[in-house]
Design a binder for this molecule. Sequence first.
Ligand SMILES: [Zn+2]
Length: 89
Amino acid sequence: MSQGSSSWWGSSSVPVRLIGKFGKRTGYPLVICPFCGDEVIELLSGPGAKNPNKVYLKCCQNEQNVTGTCGFYLFADKYRRMLTNINIG
Ligand SMILES: [Zn+2]
């Protein structure tokens, strides 16, 4: 597995705000997209995906296969880690 480069939420605190909704599958609080400021939504990956049947969170402006749209998405485990790494409130 790749280590990944330094995360965009990394050391400095990212101004992430909660939407006030919670994911149906994860139960995690949903936040405002740190890229574009729109809502983050929870989805389940399809059978043809690289990681099928996995819950992931993405920006509602993130259109698959459409360039120029917001590129924010995280799988649930990484999203949870992001939530623990940011200061909510
Ligand atoms: Zn976005």
